[in-house]
Design a protein around this ligand. Structure first.
Ligand code: NAD
Ligand code: ZN
Length: 393
């Protein structure tokens, strides 16, 4: 089969690889009909998760859907022919964490747990296409995928009138935006500031309104992403290249700061030449630092006293100059983490079915799987107005 394969920093290729097979009774094989490139894939492309955590030959991709073509002997909830969206989190459905609905923290599916424990203390769930720290599962930017624990992830799409592009993002960015808003603890009428107007930021903005925000302010520097936040997200916007974000947010909130601040940027933030951002970049370049948390620092700095900072953006290692003094001094609550996708599948599919949200608005580029290497670069470099790439094998 054809698949998108990682070969090194900045080097992904489409190659012929062996077809996946059923390996355990709980497995299903899904023939992929649609997949996408996520901002999280860019952290792999850009070498933020370097060798040996990524190895040449690893198949990328964690947003995918398709048709079940084979099931293992233990699978009871799915059958051949089912049309399914597959969450990027692989969860057993039975451990202490799954029973608490903390699916992305599943204790049973990460086959690299010792490595991740050594890095961060405890290991999260296995993830599709996401390195030898998260279980080295082959990803979904491929013609076929092996889906382990198939009874505890994929959601069946019963309605034939829903297009793939309307439901695909249940796999990741729609629940991620929803959980980002939920983690922010929005109270009715709150002002929410969202850093990052990429696909995750766009889903977050929409979710903030649904969860009761009175005002949403979105921050980025890419004109078409800011325009989408205004047009589709009905957000007010700040271009961080043109304006001082802290000053502007203070002004917009009568000196109090936004009630809730959401970092939908993550480890590769840009910083407009501020000292902290320049040092982060230099350290990352020479391998002395892993993350560039400029947006997170700014969110903490800007948040009102007693407010909440929600962090859907991915962080990988140890952060420099983390403003713990500000977080403590202002009594902030900070929440984050990988999305517990399984928790949100049913309620969000219900909303899609009722026509309350159609996440396909975020797609700017559609191409075949073979065009993925170019599409990765277009998405990374934000050229050609690219916001989200939808791929079909
Ligand atoms: P993306 O790279 O398309 O978007 C990031 C956006 O942030 C870009 O538009 C960029 O211009 C903007 N940005 C950069 N520096 C900024 C700054 N200082 N201030 C404001 N905006 C800034 O990525 P995406 O697909 O939208 O994903 C965003 C983040 O969410 C990534 O870190 C990704 O890994 C993460 N993510 C997390 C989960 C999860 O489970 N928690 C799931 C999916 C994605
Ligand atoms: Zn993702």
């Amino acid at each position: 089969m054809r698949a998108v394969v990682w070969h090194g920093k900045g080097d992904v290729r489409v190659e012929n690889v062996p077809d996946p097979r059923i390996e355990a009774p709980g497995d299903a094989i899904v023939k992929v009909t649609a997949t996408a490139i996520c901002g999280s894939d860019l952290h792999l492309l850009d070498g933020y998760v370097p060798w040996p955590a990524m190895q040449p030959g690893d198949i990328l991709g964690h947003e995918f859907m398709g048709e079940v073509v084979e099931t293992g002997a233990g699978v009871t909830r799915l059958k051949k022919g089912d049309r399914v969206v597959v969450p990027f989190v692989i969860a057993c459905g039975q451990c202490f964490f799954c029973r608490k609905s903390l699916w992305s923290l599943c204790d049973a599916t990460n086959r690299d747990r010792e490595k991740l424990e050594a890095l961060i203390g405890h290991a999260g769930a296995g993830l599709f296409g996401y390195s030898h720290l998260y279980g080295h599962y082959q990803g979904g930017q491929a013609e076929y995928v092996r889906v382990p624990h198939a009874d505890h992830g994929p959601i069946r799409i019963g309605r034939g009138d829903l297009r793939d592009d309307q439901v695909l993002f249940l796999s990741d960015i729609l629940p991620t935006g929803w959980m980002a808003a939920e983690n922010a603890g929005i109270e009715p009428g709150d002002t929410v500031a969202v850093w990052g107007c990429g696909p995750v930021g766009q889903m977050t903005i929409r979710s903030c309104w649904t969860q009761g925000a009175g005002r949403v302010i979105a921050i980025d520097r890419v004109p078409e992403r800011l325009a989408m936040a205004r047009a589709h997200g009905k957000a007010e916007t700040i271009d961080f290249m043109a304006e001082d974000v802290y000053g502007r947010l203070q002004e917009m909130t009568q000196g109090r700061g936004p009630d809730r601040c959401i970092d939908a940027v993550g480890a590769e933030a840009h910083g407009l030449g501020t000292v902290d951002a320049v040092v982060d970049k230099a350290k990352a370049l020479v391998g002395l630092g892993s993350d560039r948390p400029h947006a997170l620092r700014q969110a903490i700095q800007c948040c009102r006293k007693g407010g909440t900072v929600s962090v859907p953006g991915v962080y990988i290692g140890v952060l420099d100059k983390f403003p713990m003094g500000a977080a403590f001094g202002k009594g902030l609550t900070i929440r984050g983490g990988q999305t517990h996708v399984q928790r949100y599948l049913r309620p969000l599919l219900d909303r899609i079915e009722r026509g309350e949200i159609d996440p396909s608005f975020v797609i700017t580029h559609r191409c075949v799987l073979d065009a993925a290497p170019d599409a990765y670069l277009t998405f990374r470099d934000k050229t050609d107005g690219c916001i989200k790439v939808f791929l079909t094998p």
